[in-house]
Ligand binder design. Structure first.
Ligand code: GAL
Ligand code: ZN
Length: 708
């Protein structure tokens, strides 16, 4: 377990943390002893308690009814189970709503949401903040010294149901935030383009949140409101964190993120989290569930990287041991899928694997959500998988704390995401889909990637991929340019570098800050309708990199700069044709070499994909979204130029990730798969020597220590 959770003055979580949300207040006290016994049987060493317990902890204002929680913590502590203690503030109790109806959030179209579910609070409402801090303070006073408490869990999934509030209190707070940001109203009018559609403000009181309007709300106003809203939730977190720190100065504090959730700028939150934690609920019905969850893991590791040292471990705070209850159809996890996805989290830097929740509920809104201990009890597939995973994680103790190092990065920025997906653009784009498209070939080739903030240090990487980074600051633009200048390989997609942080176009031809880097100028956009495809012609010879400038030779040889057809579904040199989707840039070359040209339509013959040597590095540009095989070939080529091993021998559906001295090999397949491990290794999961040839059963896994 990461340093933060293995402190000498309290109960330590040894090795990999394992457990889940534990809600004993939903059960008669007589079941608690059984819970703890079964937890021990399953290898559970870490549980989250109290996350939704406000009404039971504080049935009335000004008190803490904590006797029951004392007994729960004592029971867990006696069994050596560490507690991630919730502050309990994510679901305000009815008495608080009755006393302060103004804490209820309001939607963009002016509807005030009712209580009766959860997270019904306006983050800017003083009465909510005061009540939440009061509860956090009382909890911290009572439990700061409790030996079972290893970590504090503030609120829950900030923004999940209510990412932003549009009430009058929020409007006032937004105005105050804008005054702080712009100082003068004139500066706001300038930034927001007040001259467009007659929107110049003459008094601060006139400014509003981007409430539902006749048509598109001002995009710069939307962007600022997204910044503000993420910041208001952060302020809620910080206020509770402060209350905890006042009682327990060194206690690690966390809250659980939701991966690629658009409304929270996790990079901004990172520095204030001692442990970065994520909830991951890939849909078992999605054949690429493992790919999306891998992205979630890598993003979380990247947030943790910003929060501290590179490779710092993180926590999988929630996942479902089996089915969830909140999709239209809730397909169960396949046999072994809970294990495979849990091992994936460890492989990608997770030091704890927790689930929602320990015991499946008998009542309420989540009774059809799986639990580690299902309604059926211990004679069940879920329970067998839960105990087996506990044993597996026990064997992985040597991996805890080890770093995952990525050689490639995908640039990601919440501010750009907010701006990119605003309405009134040349075409709707979905960032996560684009990230997934670029992530996929890297994942399949065993290349581990970080999601790096565009202004963060890129020196650890050899390849930087920039998918639709629409908004870039001057610092970010310079960061990427310098990376290439110093010898890095960059691969930039269409609709990147278009606006500055005020959401104003960078003029003179796109992408203005990177025209020189890319050796081209985009004159206009010609987006493709949904489903439309444009054929691409490969430019003969271009794939061999004759333009020079790449200082590193491909490590695997072969045409296409490191691509090699193989078990991985084949990669292509650019000589072959391909197809583009989603977008077309109208590109004028200014030194770049075309790798692909449009083969049809009114852009026929014009460049679609290019490469340009720059400084000691080089820059690829994609004016369209190539089909999978073509994109794979290009990414392989870029990896080859960057000197990153792009494996073509990884069978599709198999994941390979290195963490510290261990190579995780995880199958996400329903059937057995043959592997060539290239040598003999010790498998930490079985203590067997395996390889060079190995057969992995359905959703099987190996955790190899190199022996040769
Ligand atoms: C999460 C939430 C948990 C639980 C879970 C069910 O979003 O944090 O409290 O509701 O979903 O999947
Ligand atoms: Zn509000």
């Amino acid at each position: 377990m990461s340093d933060a959770l293995s402190r000498p003055d309290r109960q330590a979580v040894r090795g990999i943390g394992y457990g889940g949300d534990y809600n004993p207040e939903q059960w008669p006290e007589s079941t608690w002893a059984q819970d703890v016994r079964l937890m021990t049987e399953a290898g559970v060493n870490l549980v989250t308690v109290g996350v939704f317990s406000w009404s039971r902890l504080q049935p009335a204002p000004g008190e803490l009814t904590a006797g029951w929680l004392d007994r729960v913590l004592d029971l867990l502590g006696a069994a050596g189970i560490g507690v991630d203690l919730g502050t309990g503030t994510a679901s305000p109790p009815p008495w608080l709503v009755a006393a302060h109806p103004e804490i209820l959030p309001v939607t963009a179209d002016g509807r005030r949401l009712a209580p009766g579910a959860r997270q019904h609070y306006c983050p800017s409402a003083p009465a909510f903040r005061a009540a939440a801090v009061d509860l956090a303070d009382r909890m911290a006073r009572r439990y700061a010294g409790h030996p079972a408490v290893v970590m504090w869990h503030v609120s829950n999934e900030y923004g999940c149901h209510v990412p932003a509030c549009y009430c009058e209190l929020s409007a006032a707070a937004f105005r105050a935030w804008l005054r702080e940001r712009y100082g003068e109203l004139g500066a706001l009018n300038e930034a927001w383009g007040g001259a467009v559609w007659s929107q110049d403000y003459t008094s601060w009181d006139q400014v509003q949140p981007p409430r539902t309007a006749p048509t598109y709300a001002n995009p710069a106003q939307q962007l600022d409101f997204a910044r503000f809203s993420s910041g208001e939730l952060l302020a809620c977190y910080l206020a509770e964190r402060e209350a905890i720190a006042a009682q327990a100065q060194h206690a690690p504090v966390t809250t659980n993120f939701m991966g690629f959730f658009r409304s929270l700028d996790q990079f901004r939150w990172a520095a204030d989290l001692d442990v970065v934690a994520v909830d991951s609920y890939p849909d078992p019905a999605d054949t690429e569930a493992h790919l999306l969850s891998a992205m979630t893991c890598d993003l979380t590791r990247s947030v943790a990287r910003l929060a501290g040292s590179p490779g710092r471990p993180w926590v999988l705070m929630e996942q479902a041991p089996n089915a969830v209850n909140w999709r239209a159809v809730n397909v169960p996890k396949a046999p072994g899928q809970y294990r495979a996805l849990s091992l994936q989290a460890v492989a990608r830097g997770g030091d704890a694997v927790l689930s929602f929740q320990w015991r499946a509920a008998a009542a309420g809104a989540e009774k059809f959500h799986s639990g580690m201990l299902p309604h059926a009890g211990t004679d069940s597939r879920t329970w067998r998988e839960v105990t087996e995973l506990g044993a597996d994680l026990g064997r992985l103790a040597p991996v805890a704390g080890a770093a995952v190092r990525a050689e490639a990065a995908l640039l990601h920025d919440w501010e750009s995401w907010w701006a990119l997906e605003a309405d009134s653009h040349p075409r709707q784009l979905h960032l996560v889909e684009l990230l997934r498209a670029f992530y996929r070939p890297l994942f399949e080739a065993g290349v581990t990637v970080d999601f790096a903030h565009p202004e963060s240090s890129l020196s650890a990487y050899r390849l930087v991929v920039v998918p639709a980074l629409y908004l870039v600051s001057d610092a970010a633009a310079e960061n990427v340019r310098r990376f290439a200048l110093d010898g890095g390989t960059v691969l930039i997609s269409f609709f990147s570098g278009i606006v500055d942080p005020r959401e104003r176009i960078r003029l003179g031809g796109y992408p203005a800050p990177w025209r020189e880097l890319l050796g081209l100028r985009v004159e206009e956009f010609a987006p493709l309708p949904s489903g439309a495809v444009v054929r691409l012609d490969g430019v003969p010879g271009a794939a061999r990199g004759r333009a020079g400038g790449g200082t590193r030779e491909d490590t695997r040889g072969g045409a296409g700069g490191g691509t090699r057809g193989g078990a991985g579904g084949g990669t292509r040199g650019t000589e072959a044709g391909g197809a583009g989707r989603v977008w077309q840039d109208v590109i004028g070359l200014r030194g770049a070499e075309p790798l692909f040209r449009y083969a049809e339509g009114h852009l026929a013959g014009q460049p679609a994909v290019t490469r340009h040597p720059y400084g000691r590095g080089e820059a690829f540009y994609l004016g369209t979204l190539p089909d999978r095989a073509t994109l794979r070939g290009l990414v392989a080529q870029a990896c080859g130029r960057a000197g990153i091993e792009f494996r073509t021998d990884v069978p599709p559906g198999v994941e390979m990730v290195r963490r510290g001295d261990h190579l995780f090999v995880i199958s996400h397949l329903d059937q057995p798969v043959e592997l060539d491990l290239g040598g003999k290794s010790l498998d930490l999961l079985t203590s067997d020597i395996v390889g060079p040839a190995a057969v992995l059963g359905p959703r099987g896994a190996l955790v190899l220590t190199a022996r040769d």
